[in-house]
Design a protein around this ligand. Structure first.
Ligand SMILES: Cc1cc2nc3c(=O)[nH]c(=O)nc-3n(C[C@H](O)[C@H](O)[C@H](O)COP(=O)(O)O)c2cc1C
Length: 292
C-alpha cells in the first residue's frame, strides 16, 4: 500500500479542510495517509523518510509560506523522494503561486524533488470577509479539484518543475512580511472589557507567543500573523494592531456547494476568481500555466 504524509499548517482551518479532501480521495485510491500538524513538530514517527510520497501544506501569507512552515522543513533529513505543495489562499492571484520558493529551495538542497503544486482558493481570513456565495463556490471548486490532485499524488505524476522568475520576484519582495509580523504582532492587544478569559488564544497560538498572567495578556516576539487568535476569539476581543481594519473575525460556514454564478463573484480580483471557478480538472498551478 502506498503511504503519503501531509505536513500541514492551517491557522484557521482552510488548508486543513483542503488536506482532508485530498486525504479522502487518496484513501479511496488505496493510499494510507497521515496528516501531520506542523505544530506537533517533526520526530522519528512522522519523518518524511517513512512515506512513499509527502506533501507540505500551508496558507499563503503575504505571497509566501508562513515562517513556522519554513522552519519546519529545515528540520527534514536528507532524502531523495518527490513531494507536493498544497496551498490555500484568499485570492487566485498568480503572485501566490511561487509562495513556496523558500520551501522548494530548502527541500531541493536536501535532495527532494518538487513534483507539483496545488493551489486552492479558500475564504480570506484577513483583508475582508467573503460572501457565503463565494465560500460555497470555492468549496465546490475544491471538491471538484481534489480527486484530480489526489490521483496525481497517488501516481507520482508530473515533476521537472521550474518556478517562474516573475512570480518568485514578488514572493521574495514580500518576505519582509515575516519580520514585519513579528513587530506588528507585539502590538496586538486584548480588550479586557470584552475578554471572557477562555484562554483559547493562549492555548491555540501555533508558536506559543501569547501569555496571560491572570490580569494581562502579553504578545511576544514570535508572531506569525496567522490570526488564529483573533479569528477564533469568541467575543472579538483581540485588536490586531495596524491590521485591525483588515480583520476577519469568526469562522465561515464551509461545507455547502454552489454552482458557479458570475453575478455572485466579488468585484475585487473579479477576473482571476472567474478564471479559477471556471477551470476544470485539478488545481495544479502548472497545468494552469499551460492553459494561460
Ligand atoms: C497574514 C496573512 C497574510 C495573507 N496573505 C495572503 C496573500 O498574500 N494572498 C492571498 O491570496 N491570501 C492571503 N491571506 C489569506 C489566507 O491565505 C487564506 O485565507 C487561507 O485560506 C487561510 O488558510 P488557513 O485557514 O489554513 O490558515 C493572508 C492571510 C493572513 C492571515
Amino acid at each position: 500500500m502506498k503511504s503519503v504524509g501531509i505536513y500541514c499548517f492551517s491557522a484557521t482551518g482552510n488548508t486543513l479542510r483542503v488536506c482532508n479532501l485530498i486525504k479522502e480521495q487518496l484513501s479511496g485510491l488505496g493510499a494510507e495517509v497521515k496528516i501531520i500538524k506542523v505544530e506537533d513538530g517533526l520526530n522519528e514517527e512522522n519523518s518524511p523518510l517513512l512515506f512513499d510520497a509527502f506533501a507540505v501544506a500551508y496558507p499563503v501569507h503575504g505571497f509566501n509560506a508562513p515562517q513556522n512552515v519554513i522552519d519546519f522543513v529545515k528540520q527534514f533529513p536528507q532524502g531523495s523522494k518527490g513531494y507536493y505543495i498544497i496551498k490555500s489562499s484568499g485570492e487566485p492571484a498568480p503572485a501566490n503561486r511561487d509562495s513556496s520558493h523558500q520551501i522548494v529551495n530548502i527541500l531541493g538542497k536536501k535532495g527532494y524533488e518538487l513534483m507539483d503544486e496545488f493551489h486552492y482558493v479558500m475564504p480570506y481570513n484577513m483583508i475582508f470577509r467573503h460572501s457565503q456565495d463565494m465560500v460555497d463556490m470555492m468549496w465546490k471548486r475544491a471538491a471538484e479539484a481534489a480527486p484530480y490532485d489526489a490521483k496525481e499524488i497517488f501516481e507520482g505524476g508530473r515533476g521537472e518543475i521550474k518556478q517562474k522568475l516573475r512570480h518568485k520576484f514578488i514572493s521574495r519582495l514580500f518576505t519582509v512580511e515575516h519580520g514585519g509580523m513579528r513587530i506588528i504582532g507585539r502590538g496586538f492587544k486584548v480588550d479586557m472589557e470584552k475578554c471572557i478569559k477562555c484562554g483559547k488564544c493562549v492555548k491555540n497560538c501555533p508558536v506559543h507567543n501569547i501569555t496571560f498572567d491572570g490580569e494581562k495578556f502579553t504578545f511576544g516576539k514570535k508572531c506569525l500573523g496567522c490570526v488564529r487568535c483573533s479569528f477564533n476569539c469568541p467575543v472579538n476581543a483581540i485588536k490586531i494592531s495596524i491590521l485591525e481594519g483588515w480583520k476577519v473575525n469568526g469562522p465561515y460556514k464551509i461545507g455547502e456547494q454552489k454552482e458557479y454564478d458570475e453575478s455572485k463573484v466579488c468585484r475585487y480580483c473579479n477576473k482571476s476568481y472567474k478564471q479559477y471557478f471556471t477551470r476544470t480538472g485539478g488545481n495544479s498551478i502548472y497545468s494552469a500555466d499551460k492553459a494561460e
